[in-house]
Design a protein around this ligand. Structure first.
Ligand SMILES: *[C@@H]1O[C@H](CO)[C@@H](O)[C@H](O)[C@H]1NC(C)=O
Ligand SMILES: *[C@@H]1O[C@H](CO)[C@@H](O)[C@H](O)[C@H]1NC(C)=O
Ligand SMILES: *[C@@H]1O[C@H](CO)[C@@H](O)[C@H](O)[C@H]1NC(C)=O
Ligand SMILES: CC(=O)N[C@H]1CO[C@H](CO)[C@@H](O)[C@@H]1O
Length: 580
């Protein structure tokens, strides 16, 4: 149910405009994933158990108790499949095996067992947009073997008047330049949205569709709890291979730059939604037949909000898609953002996403600079609070729980294929900074391994920013994070969200239950100045602080009553209404 009233409330001597939020989910019937905290692991950088410089599955097993200690419900792993690792494992050469540097299938089975013993769910990345060129399917397709002919997107060359061979059309790779690469042996071009070592699979082929379901069944039978499907918008391309038009609004003049064209034929093709709905159906069938908890399906779709909503399913719920599709609208947050931007985003989601679907919130992932580097350290707790306070699912990228910052990586040390080919732009384009090893403690290599050179350098910041250190401090980002997960479950009974717009710098959110007996407030000074506001601007009653940012004046347990609230820049807290 959605509540759309606009209230004018007299507070102090002024009027504040309140935009009233949605009632998010009915209280009792929420499934496990609707209230979950998901934790993203980038396995290569998490924990290296055999000291070869690369994180691995036994490393994750060693650290499972960290997730219990932190309080998260589910872990999802970036790709762990067998891969030549041209693109961080997003180029898969065998969908039914584990990359040898990460371990074996037996290691993975043990991970599932040990995680399930701790009531942790395990979600795998699933990358149907393309395979590695080393995959046996690609080899068979080059040879036009029976059945494999159409596994990839092949097209004839176009020749100009002088007889020069050129690609079939103007489509570009996300990583710049033509998306087509010539294959001498087959005498045709193949299409790749990413590097030319990642040929796009042809999901129009019934056989490829069946392969994908068989692969999902393989992992589900082993015990995985769901999938996160990568790069969904890029799955289908226009069948007629029409040229894409130039995007007049992009301001890009380099015709080899991906943003030069409007991607109307290579992105968000109507068939993509059907495919997503079909996969959901398939997963629901699996759960229905095999019993157990809901196997979940989440999609990554970096596209506009209406389309993201369509990936969730139809507005009336008659066709369901992803359980949730990642909300990337806060992933660009910096210190320039103000409460107005948060309000805009929250409102946009609440108006675009039918209320039968579950919202989700995150501020970082393996493709973007770490939130702790995009904003001042003083704001780290505020953003973690916001992600947990907003209703629905919260997602944490590994390291965010203690405010790990971007590492230091030079172009020579870089590994990201989209960036290392041009050192002039490396600092702007590389995704290596947010992928440096997890900082466990202040021992050698931050406890990531025993000292062997690591695949990306360990950040020098680990000496003072590491998990162990923060576990020992009485106030730390990690301690705040742990508290937040506990508070998140209290908040479930307060299912109406309100975003207040009373001060340009102070983000003020309220969650309240229908009877109004359960109310929680979140305040966060996102600005540059010390701010003071009368408690009456928040509530006429008293407020009990449950958690506060590490440098805030207020401490958990403080009662705020009949006084001015003072917030230094970056100060934030969550408090619970106390009737006086
Ligand atoms: C799911 O099960 C229903 C009913 O048994 C069936 O009609 C449908 O084709 C199945 N869908 C998929 C995607 O397997
Ligand atoms: C690297 O990027 C710069 C700035 O965009 C560009 O001028 C230059 O031509 C590029 N170099 C290569 C080798 O692509
Ligand atoms: C990239 O950043 C590093 C570290 O901040 C700096 O030393 C280097 O000069 C930068 N390179 C370029 C090309 O801007
Ligand atoms: C959105 C996106 O780019 N998703 C993934 C699809 O595959 C590429 C190439 O392998 C990855 O880099 C992306 O993360």
């Amino acid at each position: 149910m959605r509540c759309t009233t606009i209230l004018l409330v007299l507070v102090g001597f002024q009027f504040w405009l309140i935009s009233n939020g949605a009632i998010v989910n009915s209280l009792e019937n929420v499934d496990w994933w609707q209230k979950a905290v998901f934790y993203q692991i980038f396995p290569r950088s998490f924990k290296d158990s055999d000291n070869d410089g690369i994180g691995d599955i036994p490393g994750i097993i060693q650290k499972l108790d960290h997730f219990v200690d932190a309080g998260v419900d589910a872990i999802w792993l970036s790709p762990i499949y067998k891969s030549p690792m041209v693109d961080g494992g997003y180029d898969i050469s065998d969908y039914r095996d584990i990359a040898p540097e990460y371990g074996t299938l037996d290691d993975f089975k043990k991970l599932l067992e040990d995680a399930h013993e701790r009531k942790l769910k395990v979600v795998l990345d699933f990358v149907p947009n393309h395979s590695s060129d080393q995959h046996i399917w690609f080899k068979k397709s080059i040879n036009k073997e029976e059945g494999y002919n159409e596994y990839y997107l092949w097209a004839d060359a176009k020749y100009d008047s002088e007889g020069n061979r050129g690609p079939p059309n103007n489509w570009l790779s996300v990583f710049q330049n033509s998306g087509w690469t010539w294959n001498e042996q087959r005498g045709q071009y193949f299409f790749h949205q990413f590097t030319n070592k990642q040929p796009d699979l042809n999901l129009r082929s019934k056989m490829v569709q069946k392969e994908m379901k068989d692969i999902m069944t393989f992992w589900l039978n082993m015990g995985v709890d769901g999938f996160r499907v990568d790069a969904v918008p890029h799955i289908y391309e226009d069948e007629q291979l029409r040229d894409e038009p130039i995007d007049p609004n992009s301001g890009v003049i380099d015709p080899n730059n991906y943003d030069y064209l409007k991607h109307i034929y290579t992105k968000d093709q109507p068939k993509t939604f059907e495919l997503v709905y079909d996969w959901r159906n398939f997963l629901d069938n699996y759960t229905a037949v095999n019993g157990g908890d809901t196997r979940i399906f989440m999609t990554e779709a970096a596209t506009n909000i209406d389309k993201v909503a369509r990936y969730y399913g139809t507005a009336d719920g008659s066709q369901l898609g992803a359980h949730f599709s990642f909300n990337f609208y806060l992933i660009g947050l910096t210190d320039y953002n103000r409460p107005m931007d948060i309000k805009y985003t929250v409102d946009a989601w609440q108006s675009s996403l039918p209320s039968i679907y579950t919202l989700n919130w995150l501020t970082g992932n393996h493709d973007n600079h770490r939130v702790a580097s995009r904003v001042s350290p003083r704001n780290i707790d505020g953003y973690n609070m916001m992600v947990m306070f907003l209703p629905g699912i919260s997602i944490t990228y590994m390291g965010e729980e203690f405010g790990q910052e971007d590492g230091e990586v030079t172009c020579e040390q870089g590994q990201d294929p989209s960036a290392v080919n041009n050192c002039t732009t490396f600092n702007q384009t590389s995704r290596d900074f947010e992928r440096t090893p997890y900082q466990w403690d202040d021992s050698i290599n931050a406890g990531f391994n025993e000292g062997a050179p690591t695949w990306l350098p360990v950040s020098k910041k680990y000496k003072y920013t590491n998990l162990e250190n923060q576990r020992e401090m009485s106030r730390s980002h990690y301690k705040v994070y742990q508290q937040l997960i506990k508070i998140k479950s209290l908040l479930r009974s307060a299912n109406t969200l309100t975003v207040y717009q009373s001060d340009a710098d102070i983000l003020q959110l309220r969650r309240s239950s229908e009877g109004g007996d359960n109310e929680y407030f979140f305040l966060f000074n996102m600005g540059e100045d010390v701010k003071t506001m009368p408690i009456q601007d928040v509530t006429d009653e008293a407020c009990l602080v449950l958690v506060s940012s590490v440098d805030a004046e207020y401490l958990p347990g403080d009662k705020i009553f009949n006084e001015d609230i003072t917030l230094k820049p970056g100060d934030s807290f969550i408090c619970k209404l106390l009737l006086v």
